[in-house]
Design a protein around this ligand. Structure first.
Ligand SMILES: Cc1ncc(C[n+]2csc(CCOP(=O)(O)OP(=O)(O)O)c2C)c(N)n1
Ligand code: SF4
Length: 322
């Protein structure tokens, strides 16, 4: 991967760089995705076009006649952010071929977990297979939040949503989260990574790396939704940290199939006693409240078992590349 490394992303540099995702949008207080997008747009390197699928972040940022986007921005249907990015990339290429465009323009496609894990997966897979030059940002708030908190393929086991209500019939969602990053790695992409705003510098560096790839790149961003998670607005950033510390959402990069743990997760791999139990992360979120009833302990045990298993598999992949 060609990388210029001319960026530092110091707090000062980030604070001074103008916002490209502007305040005044309608996101809820403590919205993880809105916070993530504001930061992500600080890592752009020049002219950038954003295309975004229907979902909370599109709805809250583009209520006509207002917009939060200080870059060219195209709304697209729920299922087609990657297809739209393909079209933009193709148009830019033609303009270059015709000599009508000299400078490079970065393309970012944005979608929520519903628009990525589920309905957008086909368009994403096709765009990546064709090798279009774009960065796909998945903001994962683990549910279809814009339409009323339904479960998605990214919703974790045990979470109560409006379509997986916790009660006598089921203890929240019955299935584990779909391994979306692994699915993208299986496309032989040059760059796949996970990130979350609590580790902002790590996230910004990954955005820039993804933009520098000449071809498709995929960034999985973990972003809490206080409304859908039934959690306190002020705690979103804390849950981002706890998700990493409990290995529910490890941070890593996959460059040409080579896995590397990012520093916060690397530190846990070096000092396993620092790995926190999943209950530290789950407690306090209303969507998991029912799991702390003794009759549902088996679900908590399964979440811990699965988290440990996924972490062990990730460690092995990273070790093989060390
Ligand atoms: C084909 C199609 N089906 C359903 C919808 C309704 N719809 C709009 S946004 C949305 C949920 C989006 O969920 P997600 O992508 O996870 O983003 P979030 O709202 O959580 O930010 C749904 C179901 C639609 N717009 N188009
Ligand atoms: S419902 Fe969730 S994702 Fe949507 S704007 Fe509110 S906090 Fe953000």
């Amino acid at each position: 991967m060609a990388t210029t490394q001319e960026w530092k992303f110091t707090a000062k540099e980030i604070a001074e760089k103008p916002d490209l995702f502007l305040p005044g949008h309608r996101a809820c207080a403590g919205c993880g995705p809105a916070n993530a997008l504001r930061m992500i747009m600080k890592a752009t390197r020049g002219p950038t076009i954003v295309t975004e699928a229907t979902g909370c972040m599109e709805v809250v940022s583009s209520i006509y006649p207002y917009t939060s986007w200080a870059v060219p921005w195209l709304h697209t249907a729920f299922e087609t952010s990657a297809a739209n990015a393909s079209g933009i990339d193709a148009a830019l290429r033609i303009l270059k071929q015709k000599g009508k465009l000299q400078e490079h323009v970065d393309v970012i496609a944005i979608a929520g977990d519903g628009g990525t894990f589920d309905i957008g997966l086909q368009a994403l897979s096709g765009a990546v297979e064709r090798g279009h030059d774009f960065l796909f940002v998945l903001y994962d708030n683990e549910g279809y939040m814009n339409t009323g908190i339904q479960r998605s393929g990214g919703t974790p086991m045990g979470a109560a949503t409006t379509t997986t209500p916790a009660g006598s019939v089921m203890p929240g969602k019955l299935q584990h989260k779909k391994p979306i990053a692994d699915i993208m790695v299986a496309h032989n992409m040059e760059y796949v990574a996970s990130a979350t705003p609590y580790y902002w510098k790590d996230m910004l560096q990954k955005v820039r790396k993804g933009l520098e790839v000449e071809g498709p790149a995929f960034l999985h961003v973990f972003a809490p939704c206080p409304r859908g998670w039934r959690s306190e607005s002020a705690k979103s950033i804390e849950y981002e940290k706890l998700a990493v510390e409990s290995c529910v959402f490890p941070l890593y990069e996959v460059v040409n199939g080579q896995y590397t743990l990012s520093t916060p997760s690397k530190l846990i791999s070096l000092a396993p006693q620092k790995k926190r139990p999943v209950t530290d992360y789950l407690k306090g979120q209303g969507r998991y409240r029912h799991l702390f009833n003794p009759k549902n302990k088996y679900v908590l045990d399964e979440i811990q078992r699965w988290t440990d298993e996924r972490w062990t598999i990730l460690l092995k992949k990273a070790e093989q590349n060390a």
